[in-house]
Design a protein around this ligand. Structure first.
Ligand code: G4F
Length: 328
């Protein structure tokens, strides 16, 4: 019988790639999205091509009864909990809602699994942000947690709940500490897509400048379609374990600019402006992950090259802009 998987946040970058992967593997895929998202083509763009193949339900993950009823009726074998406020904000006004939404959703899902379908395996989308202000590099599963944003704190508290309930209730639940992972489906607020879409706009003479924060900031950037494979492997292992999912390689925003603008034959230095509002608190030690453990246990390794990911993103942004131009 086909396995049934629930994906929260199926319409996001990771959710959409994961849905494709699971459909290819013969799963029945159930996607949970917010009611407001189903009414917006903008928010379902990533799953347009598979919308007839997946079962979509609208549900607020903060509503415990609604979540429970969904899990009780679907009786899933696996649940990939990817939905979250995912932009790392440093604004005081956003803090409480980020914390409440992210933590409550995880709690409601775990509660529903324990009560309605205790055999269901749960993947929780953690983040490198839980390591935060680190003093070791690279980080691995044994590195101490020290989040520097409320987003990181919300991910850490959810992860602690995963660990706690795994032990207390014997459920199969685990966390993937994913580092930044990108693709043409990345939202435009994240720096990779912000730069690739700006490079395309500037090349087509639709814009002249891009406004950025600290371009010497460095990140461990991987390829989203590969990261969702790690998630599926984690739920199909012998025992539930938490893993770091990363490339182990650091690149700066400056290198990202160089790579993206090279694709369109331009010099980024003529097209950037540094703006205070995009500068975040400085990081002393950069976040870069060591994925030896998941390679040893499950054979997963990041393979895509940084330059190839950025090139694919720029080419996709050029294609989108040209299509819009042809329509106008
Ligand atoms: O693309 P970013 O906004 O990603 P960030 O904050 O690292 O978060 C992403 O990765 C985390 C780890 O996987 C996830 F937990 C999280 O959900 C999200 O997916 O920023 C990347 C870097 C930062 O160092 C930032 O300071 O780019 C730097 N940056 C410089 N100028 C900028 C800008 N970031 C943004 N968004 N916009 C700028 O203008």
């Amino acid at each position: 019988m086909a396995k049934k998987a629930i994906i929260t946040g199926i319409n996001g970058q990771d959710g959409s790639y994961l849905a494709e992967l699971l459909l290819d593997k013969g799963y029945k895929v159930y996607g949970i999205i917010r009611r407001s998202s189903i009414e917006s083509t903008d928010k379902t763009r990533n799953i347009e091509h598979i919308i007839d193949k997946v079962h979509l339900s609208t549900c607020s993950l903060e509503n415990s009864l609604a979540v429970y009823k969904l899990f009780a009726s679907i009786q899933p074998d696996e649940c990939y909990h990817l939905a979250a406020t995912s932009f790392v904000s440093y604004s005081l006004e956003d803090d409480l809602s980020i914390m409440m939404n992210n933590f409550t959703a995880t709690h409601n899902i775990l509660l529903s699994v324990i009560e309605a379908c205790p055999k269901c395996r749960v993947y929780f989308a953690g983040s490198s942000e839980i390591f935060g202000d680190v003093n070791v590099s690279p980080q691995n599963e044994k590195t101490s947690y020290n989040p520097r944003s409320v987003y990181g704190i919300s991910k850490l508290s959810s992860h602690q709940l995963i660990k706690n309930y795994r032990k207390q209730y014997g459920i199969y639940a685990c966390t993937g500490f994913t580092y930044n992972h990108e693709s043409p489906r990345r939202g435009c607020a994240f720096v990779t897509r912000k730069i690739t879409s700006a490079a395309a706009s500037i090349a087509l003479e639709r814009a002249s400048y891009i406004d950025l924060g600290n371009i010497d900031a460095a990140r461990d950037w991987g390829y989203a379609p590969e990261y969702v494979r790690a998630m599926q492997l984690m739920l199909n292992a012998e025992i539930p374990k938490d893993y770091v999912i990363a490339t182990g390689k650091l690149h700066t925003v400056r290198e990202l600019l160089e790579t993206a603008f090279n694709v369109v034959g331009l010099d980024y230095r003529n097209h950037i402006r540094i703006k205070k509002e995009f500068i975040r608190p400085a990081e002393e030690v950069a976040l870069v992950g060591d994925s030896t453990e998941i390679y040893k246990d499950l054979g997963w390794k990041a393979r895509a090259k940084f330059e190839e990911i950025i090139q694919e993103m720029v080419e996709n942004d050029l294609r989108i802009l040209r299509m819009e131009q042809n329509k106008a």
